[in-house]
Write a protein that binds this ligand. Structure first.
Ligand code: K7E
Ligand code: CUA
Length: 629
């Protein structure tokens, strides 16, 4: 460690960081947001998993976001944050992330840091090669790490793997204005394990590249059985041509069942829609748009240089890094330099596409990012280091150890056309002795290196939430200027909103009791409710009337089999409560909002079903609406 490291990461109190860093939460299903260079944790964005802190997945409004064709799935495994791009540069509008387990892609709006769109992917298993986007975010992609038979045709013997199991290269269209996602088409490809992907850019912008392993098509003991072949494949797909084929009607519509969930900033509610069919192309029927490039031993990462000229795939069991040339790929396709066909797909000759191998790197290459000076940085899991190499010359120029066992790495803009040359962040799998021990489990860890000079310089360690697989970082000014401070109450279109305290009410409809409640410093209105009975379902619709930055109110009820609500200024959120006994139930604001926060509380009285306590609210003086017949 150099002596000036501390000053390089020091962001004085009250000052902003230069970059936002978005890390995947891995098995937390969420996304972490950190400042760089300080490593300060700014936020944890709830996405695929329920979050008791914010009520995400607990409030009635947000529950539909976690709907899938399997029902409510309140957890996932998120790996790859991907910033939306314009002209190949990160534009700061949205960030996407994949759900690996129950195949999904989410879109987060970076004006609110809220998940606003989650789409399920049909015909897929383990959506790992995802959600990398094309140069202008025309599409984000997905593909099966665990190939499976097509939906509805999947009750087959596992031993029929080679015949029945397929990958599904999925192209999710992103509306350029709203960002709304839709499954545009899928290409059914041989049943390998599609691991990672990146779209081309510049010269290669019409293409998407996917790494695959298990070209052996083993279905058990993959550790051994999927490492037999000397080479697996990088799959190159011309998405422009695929799109054109689909537009010409070459696709086939097949039945499918998948959910598309969107969240509205106007109603502050999610809507879940079931989709019933998907358009597919079969790889063997469109050999002119899809090719296999042989790649040494079980490749993992799949990365494209900023100019789009080179595709770097990292064979995790190989000792060299193969660098493929896009120009040679085009020539090889033109001259039909094929060595055979696999699953109806032409396999190009390795040497015909290879620009060169980078020798003397390390052990277990995983992922590569790029800087602005023509260098690539590859992570090596086994030898636990970052190796810096010259993209054109393909020679190693520097190496730095990581503590320990690095997975992905991140350079701000490092997968875009315009990387920053300032920092690289190592995302490490094993933390061991780096921090005070916290029992058997230690948080995963990131390490920040200065890469502005010739030699990488370690600056900082900081722990991360969940397991950060990939991360992306962006200059802060691209996001700060659009960051929303509160929701305008006059725009609130939630069906249960009330816009003034005078409108507060409690309404009984049969066994359903709707409480229209407001929260503003420092009281909840109504704060006394009587006449709730056993067997009732109570819905607290709480509107936060504040119109000021950073004044959320919380809401919780004793004994509720649920979480709290955390309601942003101008928002309405709903908490469901089914009382389990007659008695007195305090409720209160959970977020310390003012000097009289502790006074922000109330009581709900629950009586036996047979009682004839009238429904009243507030000080008990106001009669509630009569039951609707
Ligand atoms: Cu290498 Cu899921 Cu991208 Cu982990 S993945 S490291
Ligand atoms: Cu509102 Cu505390």
């Amino acid at each position: 460690m150099a002596g000036d490291a501390a000053s390089k990461v020091y962001v004085a109190p009250g000052k902003y960081d230069e970059f936002y860093l978005f890390t995947s939460g891995g098995f937390s299903g969420q996304m972490g947001v950190y400042g760089l260079p300080s490593g300060r944790l700014l936020r944890n964005i709830p996405i695929f998993s329920q979050d008791p802190q914010s009520g995400w997945g607990y409030s009635e409004e947000s529950k539909p976001m976690l709907n899938t064709s399997h029902g409510f799935v309140p957890w996932d495994d998120s790996h790859h944050p991907e910033l939306s791009k314009t002209n190949g540069e990160d534009d700061g509008r949205w960030i996407f992330i994949n759900g690996n387990n129950t195949p999904r892609i989410a879109r987060i709006d970076l004006t609110t840091f809220k998940t606003v769109d989650i789409i399920e992917i049909p015909n897929a298993g383990g959506n790992h090669a995802s959600p990398f986007c094309t140069e202008n975010t025309e599409y984000v992609v997905g593909n099966s790490r665990f190939s499976v038979p097509l939906d509805g045709k999947d009750d087959v013997p596992i031993s029929t793997f080679k015949e029945n199991f397929k990958g599904a290269a999925t192209f999710i269209k992103v509306d350029p204005q709203s960002g709304n996602m839709s499954v545009s088409f899928q290409i059914v490809v041989p049943g390998f394990n599609y691991d990672l992907a990146h779209a081309g850019k510049g010269v290669s912008k019409d293409w998407v590249f996917f790494t695959s392993y298990n070209s052996e098509q083993a279905h058990n003991l993959l550790e051994v059985n999927a490492s037999q072949n000397d080479k697996d494949f990088v799959m190159a797909i011309n998405w422009k041509k695929a799109e054109a084929l689909v537009a010409q009607g070459k696709g086939k519509k097949i039945p499918a069942k998948y959910m598309h969930n969107t969240y509205s900033d106007k109603t502050h509610s999610a809507t879940s829609t079931e989709e019933k069919e998907v358009t597919v192309l079969f790889a063997e029927e469109v050999p002119e748009i899809i090719y296999y490039i042989p790649c040494p031993k079980s490749p993992h990462g799949c990365d494209v240089s900023p100019d789009g000229k080179y595709i770097v795939a990292s064979g995790k069991l190989a000792a060299t890094i193969p660098v493929f040339s896009f120009e040679k790929l085009q020539k090889a396709i033109e001259s039909k330099a094929f060595e055979g066909k696999v699953g109806g797909i032409n396999v190009l000759k390795y040497d015909a596409v290879l620009a060169g191998e980078v020798p003397g790197t390390g052990l277990g290459p995983l992922h590569t990012e790029f800087d602005d000076k023509g260098f690539a940085y590859t992570s090596f899991f086994v030898s636990s280091e970052i190796v810096k190499w010259d993209v054109e010359k393909r020679t190693v120029v520097d190496r730095a150890p990581t503590y320990y066992s690095i997975g992905h790495l991140c350079i701000p803009g490092g997968d875009s056309k315009k990387p920053s040359g300032k920092y690289v962040v190592a995302l490490n799998k094993i933390t061991k002795d780096r921090y005070l021990p916290t029992g058997p489990e230690l948080n995963q860890s990131a390490q920040l290196f200065d890469i502005s000079g010739e030699k990488m310089q370690l600056l900082l360690d900081f722990p991360t939430i969940g397991e950060p697989h990939y991360a992306q970082a962006i200059p802060a000014d691209k996001i700060v200027k659009n960051s929303k401070k509160f929701f305008k109450i006059e725009d609130n279109g939630n069906p249960f909103v009330i816009k003034s305290e005078a409108e507060a009410k409690v309404v009984r409809t049969g066994k359903k009791v709707d409480v229209y409640m407001t929260a503003i410093r420092s009281h909840l209105n109504p704060d006394n409710i009587e006449g709730i009975k056993m067997g009732d379902e109570v819905y607290f619709h709480v509107t936060n009337l504040e119109q000021d930055w950073d004044v959320p109110h919380g809401f919780a009820v004793k004994g509720n089999n649920n979480a709290e609500l955390l309601i942003m200024p101008g928002e309405t959120q709903t908490l469901k409560w089914v009382p389990d006994r007659a008695g007195m139930f305090p409720f209160y604001c959970t977020d310390f909002c003012s000097a009289l926060h502790q006074e922000m509380q109330g009581y709900a009285r629950v009586s036996p079903a047979s009682a004839n306590v009238p429904l009243t609210f507030s000080g008990g003086a106001t009669a509630a609406e009569e039951p609707k017949k």
